[in-house]
Write a protein that binds this ligand. Structure first.
Ligand SMILES: *Cc1c(COP(=O)(O)O)cnc(C)c1O
Length: 384
């Protein structure tokens, strides 16, 4: 029997106008890491997020790195980072020669626990070093408890770099993810809710800092007719061709969010039906006033509550049908490369990683693909 076509976890979904924007870049020969589409895309991002300034960059990782440089993070410093995240949030800390201090999650949003954050800050201060920055993450599009985190950050005078790479369109009480810290970081990697095939952005209301980010991102070229440099620069700017894709994607962002949220509701309905067969599932909570873009729908399958069925049972059954799913992100405190970094834990991210599965969540999932996914789930969680 022929293998059925692949269903991806989260694949690019073009809106239709991207090629027109790209054609414009070609017609005007703006094939460079600057140009009208870069400016236009930055304006689109500012308008959407309500943040005053945006710098379009080559990746979300570059945005994180520049934020830490702008905050003066240097060798020997410590930076607090959510443990339950993608490695890039922590890598940027290492790029600066600093040490990540990992903080575990709270059970509702799965993001940085405010109480453990405070504990981490006070203990590191007692240890002789005040952390230089705090990096909370809005995992799978769900905003972290930013009001609580910002209060603690303010009390101790530590700046917040919001890793909103997965959360464009997420909100707390109408305020957009990316606008909730001193700096906001976005990613337009191929698997994100909108994509430029690869790219990112750094957001801030501090125009001077964003201007400085643009300077650093274009090799720190001083104002001179020759190439003159007074500090180390980076090649981190977004190309005008990729920004063209971004402008097209911004036109459909609201539809993409609606489609991802519809995926979540559909999974919730399906798993709700399966609980009638005696099974038990958990989802990421959306607290009162919170709005997730539901970038990826994740499910928690505790084998003790599911007749021994594990998330691996489900992952492998889906894989057998050429359907991609993936365990939840493995926490940073359990990554070999970060062994030895301080960690303030409560067991939550360990449990999430043990039992959590990311389900196919593309905004382009067809009805037929949805039916294939549900038929696999129905076979696993049968009435016995
Ligand atoms: C994707 C992602 C990043 C990195 O973005 P890139 O554009 O791939 O460099 C950073 N943090 C989180 C949480 C992400 O999911």
């Amino acid at each position: 029997m022929a293998t059925p076509p692949k269903i991806w976890l989260s694949s690019p979904h073009m809106g239709g106008t991207e090629l027109q924007f790209i054609k414009e870049a070609f017609d005007t020969n703006w094939i460079a890491p600057l140009g009208p589409h870069v400016n236009g895309f930055e304006a689109d991002l500012q308008h959407f997020t309500g943040v005053a300034h945006a710098a379009a960059l080559s990746s979300g990782t570059a945005a994180l790195h520049l934020a830490l440089i702008l905050l003066g993070v240097r060798t020997g410093d410590e930076v607090i980072c959510q443990s339950m995240t993608f490695s890039s949030s922590a890598n940027a800390i290492i790029y600066q020669g600093a040490t990540p201090v990992f903080v575990d999650s709270e059970p509702e949003t799965w993001n940085m626990s405010p109480s453990l954050l405070e504990q981490a800050i006070t203990e590191r201060i007692k240890n002789g070093k005040k952390p230089k920055a705090i990096i909370p993450v809005h995992l799978y599009g769900m905003p972290a408890k930013m009001n609580e985190i910002n209060l603690i950050a303010k009390e101790y005078g530590i700046p917040v770099v919001e890793d909103a790479a997965e959360a464009l369109g997420g909100q707390i009480n109408g305020k957009m993810c990316g606008s909730l810290g001193l700096f906001g970081v976005l990613s337009f990697n191929g698997n994100k809710i909108i994509t430029t095939s690869g790219g990112g952005a750094l957001l801030s209301d501090d125009g001077e800092q964003i201007q400085k980010a643009r300077f650093l991102a274009t090799q720190s070229r001083d104002n001179a007719p020759h190439y003159q440099h007074s500090q180390i620069g980076y090649n981190y700017r977004m190309s005008n061709v990729l920004a063209a894709i971004g402008r097209g994607q911004m036109q459909v962002l609201k539809d993409r969010i609606a489609a991802r949220r519809a995926n979540f509701e559909r999974y919730k309905k399906w798993f709700g039906q399966l609980t009638e067969n005696g099974f038990h599932f958990e989802f990421q909570c959306e607290p009162q006033g919170y709005f997730s873009n539901r970038w990826i729908t994740c499910i928690i399958i505790n084998p003790e509550k599911n007749k021994g069925i594990t998330r691996e049972t489900v992952r492998l059954s889906l894989e057998a049908q050429n359907i991609e799913s993936r365990p939840l992100w493995k926490p940073m405190h359990r990554q070999p490369v970060f062994a030895g970094s301080p960690f303030f834990g409560n067991g939550i991210s360990d449990q999430l990683f043990e039992n959590g599965l990311c389900l196919p969540s593309g905004s382009n999932l067809s009805g037929e693909e949805q039916a294939r996914i549900f038929s696999v789930l129905k076979k696993i969680f049968r009435k016995k």
